[in-house]
Design a protein around this ligand. Structure first.
Ligand SMILES: C[S@@+](CC[C@H](N)C(=O)[O-])C[C@H]1O[C@@H](n2cnc3c(N)ncnc32)[C@H](O)[C@@H]1O
Length: 234
């Protein structure tokens, strides 16, 4: 994957259009989610632990958004290529002015990553797995794995459903995906796919792709780590 600072458009698949538009509109207010008081203890732990796990690695970050996690990963990684489908979120990420020798940004669709260049021995995605439609998990795993070295470390961080803290779930579709109705500061209303997998479901989804799967639950978050299965990767 060749770093590229251009902000030319990346086409979203039809079922990703609404998600993409929602996060583009939310970009400037996105990091308010990290202010929730009840989540602060977990966040401080993860802000220490994730950079420790990725120390010295060349990290491909998927759906980096405003670069909240990028800024912590950059304290210990050798290099980070932070990718997202939205120019609006990448603009917020770039405003953090991280060392350009260490962190580069690129517009990229997580389902169609470019395996063509760059070598990554680690990947990270925060709050992306929960937005994967169940039927597209294999496509995402194929896209990601093709960009990683065999044995590369993968970290996925996401939300647990916590009544009173999480946005309530609305409908469930025929594939089993669940949805939330969310509101932005401008008053707009968005239905957003948000899944809350249990450990057993995640392990099944990773079957054939991952070795050494570890799943850890905090009060508000889960962190899943695995290594790219021997024989897979680039
Ligand atoms: C919940 S936010 C996570 C942002 C960041 N990782 C974090 O933890 O703060 C989800 C991100 O996914 C991005 N996104 C949506 N569809 C995408 C796609 N097909 N490929 C890559 N990124 C996508 C959105 O622009 C948004 O920044």
């Amino acid at each position: 994957m060749n770093p590229d600072r251009g902000d030319s458009m990346v086409a979203a698949a039809p079922d990703d259009v609404a998600m993409r538009a929602y996060y583009a509109a939310r970009a400037r207010e996105y990091e308010r989610i990290y202010d929730k008081p009840e989540r602060q203890t977990d966040l401080r732990l993860l802000e220490r632990e994730i950079p420790t796990l990725l120390s010295g690695r060349r990290v491909l970050e998927i759906a980096c958004g405003t670069g909240y996690w990028t800024q912590f990963i950059a304290t210990s990684a050798n290099y980070v290529l932070a990718t997202d489908i939205n120019a609006e979120t990448l603009r917020e990420a770039r405003a953090k002015q991280l060392d350009p020798a260490l962190v580069e940004y690129r517009l990229a669709d997580a389902y169609a990553l470019d395996p063509g260049g760059g070598r990554f021995d680690a990947a990270f995605a925060g709050f992306w797995w929960s937005h994967l439609p169940l039927q597209r998990v294999p496509q995402f795993l194929g896209s990601l794995t093709a960009c990683l070295e065999p044995g590369a470390l993968v970290l996925m961080l996401d939300n647990r459903y916590v009544p009173g803290s999480s946005t309530p779930l609305g409908r469930t579709d025929e594939q089993g995906n669940t949805y939330q109705t969310r509101h932005l500061q401008d008053g707009s209303r968005h239905e957003v796919l948000k899944n809350f997998p249990q450990a057993a479901q995640l392990r099944m989804q990773l079957d054939g792709w991952a070795d050494s799967v570890e799943f850890r639950e905090l009060e508000h978050y889960w962190l899943c780590r695995w290594t790219v299965r021997a024989g897979l990767g680039s």
